[in-house]
Design a protein around this ligand. Structure first.
Ligand code: PEP
Ligand code: MN
Length: 371
């Protein structure tokens, strides 16, 4: 049975400083000095609702910096006392929850490596029974919306009302420029399933590099996300974790100033929201189509090089007939007309031949050799 969320609107959450609900601070608390100085500079921007810092760090490989542990919670408490910002950290087991609560931490989030595990999420939920604290649930590292919803429901069942989701992207075998694939259709679907649940985007862990943060943040705002979690550090290149993706507080301020907050100008904003989101989905699929086409042509060029080396003709019509026949059949099952499949595949085939021809006739070199 689906759990009904009774979430107050995010603008009614304590600490809310306006749209986007902004969470920022270092990936990891490293030293008291680094935590305090980053906090002072962020407090000056006056847009950060919650100051974040990782105290216990889940690292992919052992023997890297694994966080300062409970000592860092004292520094977060000091941040709260001296700057007035609320403070938050990641919890990955019940011990973390008890420790964080002991130091008055206002927001806990469940990391992507934890939300995959219902046993651990349940353990955290049990530790949160009857506690009044904000809890954000990051998407699991695999793109499984049910698992994400399940984790949120477990936290809701503990009686937590200020719950939000964090979209931080998904692991994939196929590497692209981003560190984690955004798969925007998943948070959009989460919004449809839990309409009252605030969704925060974490462009830092999606992009994995500073120069992607603005475009990802803008997209999240265009999709009407409620907030952003962006990692910041006084000296990003010296950070002990996630050095490539952190921003100085000043660069964060600059990024925020470049964000455009589009508001639907209609008497029925709800309707426009939905249309806007659907159009965004179409744009995302169109981008996928273009990426796929690019990849397909790269393979065609490799085939061209191979055929050239082995003196094979470009056109092998038997194989091509087979491809079209299969595509028309598969297309039918997906409700796509044979005319569409025929037209698309013929056009793609022609483009492939052109790419192969170019490689065979222009003596174009393997791009890898050019570097
Ligand atoms: C983090 O927020 O620093 C973190 C470890 O994130 P994630 O769980 O998304 O990898
Ligand atoms: Mn991080």
């Amino acid at each position: 049975m689906e759990v009904k969320l009774e979430n107050p609107q995010i603008k009614d959450w304590r600490g809310y400083k306006g749209r986007p609900f902004l969470i920022s601070g270092p990936c990891s608390a490293e030293t008291e000095e680094q935590v305090m100085e980053t906090a002072r500079q962020l407090a000056e921007i006056n847009q950060v609702s919650v100051y974040r810092a990782g105290i216990w760090k889940p690292r992919t490989r052992p023997n890297s910096f694994e966080g300062v542990g409970s000592e860092g919670l004292k520094w977060l408490r000091r941040v709260k006392q001296e700057t007035g910002m609320l403070v938050g950290t990641e919890v990955a087991n019940e011990k973390h929850v008890y420790e964080a609560l002991k130091y008055g931490i206002d927001m806990l989030w469940i990391g992507a490596r934890t939300s995959v595990n219902p046993f651990t999420v349940q353990e955290i939920s049990d530790a949160l029974q009857g506690v009044d604290v904000m809890v954000l649930v990051k998407n699991p590292i695999n793109p499984d919306i049910e698992l994400w919803m399940g984790a949120i429901e477990r936290i809701a069942r503990a009686g937590i009302t200020r719950i939000g989701a964090i979209h931080r992207g998904f692991s994939s075998y196929e590497k692209t420029v981003y560190r984690n694939q955004p798969n925007w259709q998943l948070p959009i679907e989460l919004r449809r399933r839990f309409p009252d649940l605030p969704i925060i985007c974490d462009p830092s862990h999606i992009g994995g590099a500073r120069h992607f943060l603005h475009e990802i943040s803008q997209k999240a705002m265009d999709l009407n996300f409620d907030g952003l979690m962006i990692e910041s550090h006084i000296n990003p290149s010296k950070a002990l974790s996630d050095a490539a993706q952190q921003l100085t507080p000043n660069d964060l301020k600059e990024l925020l100033s470049r964000l455009i907050y589009r508001s639907p100008d209609t008497s029925d904003p709800k309707l426009l929201d939905v249309l806007g989101e659907l159009r965004q989905q179409i744009d995302i699929y169109d981008d996928h189509l273009l990426d796929l086409m690019e990849k397909r042509m790269k393979v065609a060029e490799t085939i061209g090089r191979y055929k050239k080396e082995n003196n094979i003709t470009i056109l092998q019509s038997l194989r091509w007939d087979e491809i079209i026949r299969k595509a028309v059949m598969k297309g039918k099952e997906k409700g796509l007309s044979p005319e569409l499949i025929d037209a698309i595949f013929k056009a793609i085939h022609q483009e492939s031949i052109n790419h192969q021809m170019k490689v065979m006739n222009n003596g174009e070199k393997d791009p890898k050799e050019k570097k």
